[in-house]
Design a protein around this ligand. Structure first.
Ligand SMILES: Cc1cc2nc3c(=O)[nH]c(=O)nc-3n(C[C@H](O)[C@H](O)[C@H](O)COP(=O)(O)OP(=O)(O)OC[C@H]3O[C@@H](n4cnc5c(N)ncnc54)[C@H](O)[C@@H]3O)c2cc1C
Length: 506
């Protein structure tokens, strides 16, 4: 049995967090920082669910202003400022250009008014203020944009992140504060004493062990596995074909939805769609119709790109866990607010939310958990649980800022680690070794999909280097030859599961 897996047994945790996406990871960190004893498990890798399929933005969500969701935007811009401060290595300012065309659903005056409100809500902590631009100004920023019908626009600022690394940083920080965190550990059933849930049975996804985890409170943070949601698809295409210089906000000419073109090294990401789906979260993929929709939007704004399906490097989908997925409503109009409830005695369920607001959502959940823990001695705090509510502990820096230096340091003593993995991409064997030794990677997919973005940035999604990566990590993780082969096959299956494009619209 894996050592961490065994550490789940034989003690009673204050809190068991089920689900290691951004929501669960944020909760585990917050609770551990308040002194609670915490276990967090995920049935796959950290962030392997929706938290690796986002638009990778920490944003106020300018479009939510249209729906009057002022409170959500205010909270989001505040969190954007905090995250840029506590994780500057993961949350970086990003300038957006928003071109406006004649007859657009959002005319120039409305855009300017919205952006002015956006700036006001961000207040003095906000990033740089927006700027209105005339036609020449827009063309100067983004020369490859369609000129026909262009009437001007604006630039504004939000932030870009790495969704999985943000999730991982929270897990690693939780561990630094004493949490036991195990990936590939699936909750298969809840346990109870009387009517009250008192833990769960957890199965090792990489072996055949099973343990009973005892916990006073269980938090279910399994995102789309517990709540309905809408599907969102992104594609990557070569940046040189699109010719965008930075991030561009588009209003889809067909249905009026707000979409983005986002810079990502040599590539451009186009996203996203927003449609109801019955797909199970483990099997959600882009369809040909999704890809066509995204290509059409990009081609309409960047006509010289003339993108076709063959230009698509990768396409992937995620399910937005929505607190209230009212069928019949326009998917884009469903609120991104969250819902926290004690759905069964001893179990708190949290659903909805955004990557951006994970920290404040986590604080609310931990406040609820502390109330349920009651007056007994909690996490070594003699005064009891009440002293632990309403405490915002997570404004300390997130770990990982020194990762580049640490990888560089390792490569100094072992030059093999300087070897690149894929021509033209910046990842090295040092990144692989670091991912396994210090970032809880235990499969080839952890390395190629989530610690690096090789799977998103290559046409074969890293299949060509999977064997070499498996061979490199086998001795570190003690894999036999048979296990090494099995891990390469497991990776091929994971790639099909995430990146295959479904023929029928799904
Ligand atoms: C297309 C798209 C774009 C988005 N863009 C943005 C954006 O730019 N900015 C933003 O702020 N938000 C964005 N969001 C929203 C954001 O990504 C999600 O709100 C967030 O990632 C949800 O995280 P989560 O932890 O709740 O769910 P998930 O990340 O899905 O995590 C749930 C976890 O539970 C685990 N799990 C399930 N069942 C079990 C079990 N039985 N035992 C153990 N573990 C289990 C899963 O493996 C999974 O890892 C976007 C969403 C989508 C779909």
């Amino acid at each position: 049995m894996r050592a961490m897996f065994a550490a789940l047994e034989g003690r009673r945790f204050d809190l068991l967090v089920v689900g290691g996406g951004i929501t669960g990871a944020g909760i585990a960190r917050d609770a551990a920082m308040r002194g609670l004893s915490v276990a967090i498990v995920d049935k796959g890798d950290w962030g392997s669910g929706t938290s690796s399929r986002s638009s990778r933005l920490v944003h106020g969500g300018i479009r939510y202003l249209e729906h009057g969701e002022i409170a959500l935007v205010r909270e989001s811009v505040r969190e954007r400022a905090v995250l840029m401060r506590i994780a500057p290595h993961l949350v970086k300012p990003l300038e957006f250009t928003w071109p406006v065309y004649r007859g657009a659903r959002l005319p120039r005056w409305k855009l300017r008014a919205g952006l002015a409100l956006y700036d006001v809500l961000a207040g003095s902590r906000g990033s740089r203020k927006h700027h209105g631009l005339d036609i020449e100004g827009i063309v100067e920023h983004e020369p490859m944009l369609r000129r026909d019908g262009l009437v001007g626009g604006a630039t504004y600022h939000d932030a870009a992140t790495d969704d999985v690394r943000l999730t991982l940083a929270n897990v690693l920080s939780a561990v630094e504060h004493g949490a036991v965190a195990v990936n590939y550990a699936r909750v298969v059933s809840a346990t109870s004493s009387g009517r009250r849930v008192d833990g769960a049975v957890v199965r090792d996804g990489l072996g055949d062990g099973e343990v009973r985890v005892s916990a006073r409170v269980t938090v279910s943070a399994t995102g789309p596995w517990q709540a309905k949601g809408t599907k969102g698809v992104h594609i990557t295409v070569p940046a040189e074909r699109v010719g965008n210089r930075g991030a561009v906000t588009m209003v889809n000419p067909v249905d009026g939805r707000v979409m983005f073109v986002l810079p990502s090294g040599m590539q451009t990401i186009v996203g996203t769609t927003d449609t109801f789906t019955d797909a199970v979260p483990d099997e959600v993929r882009a369809s040909e119709a999704d890809v066509e929709y995204l290509l059409a939007a990009a081609n309409s704004y960047f006509p010289d790109a003339m993108l076709v399906e063959e230009d698509v490097i990768a396409a992937w989908a995620g399910i937005r866990p929505l607190a209230a997925a009212a069928s019949g409503a326009d998917p884009s109009e469903i609120s991104r607010e969250h819902r926290i409830a004690e759905d069964a005695p001893g179990v708190i369920t949290v659903s909805g939310g955004k990557l951006t607001t994970y920290r404040s959502m986590a604080a609310e959940v931990v406040d609820e958990a502390v109330k349920l823990l009651g007056s007994g001695k909690v996490g070594g705090v003699a005064g009891g649980a009440s002293e632990l509510t309403g405490v915002f502990t997570t404004e300390e820096p997130l770990p990982g800022e020194d990762r580049r230096q640490r990888v560089g340091g390792m490569a100094k003593s072992d030059p093999v680690l300087r070897r690149g993995l894929v021509y033209g991409l910046p990842y090295t064997l040092g990144d692989v070794e670091f991912a396994v030794r210090h970032e809880m990677s235990v499969t080839v997919g952890d390395v190629l999909v989530r610690r690096t973005h090789i799977a998103f940035e290559t046409r074969d999604h890293g299949i060509g280097v999977a064997g070499a990566v498996a061979g490199f990590i086998a001795p570190i993780l003690g894999w036999s030859e048979i296990e090494e082969t099995a891990h390469v096959e497991l990776y091929a299956a994971e790639v099909r599961r995430i990146f295959a494009i479904d023929a029928a619209s799904a």
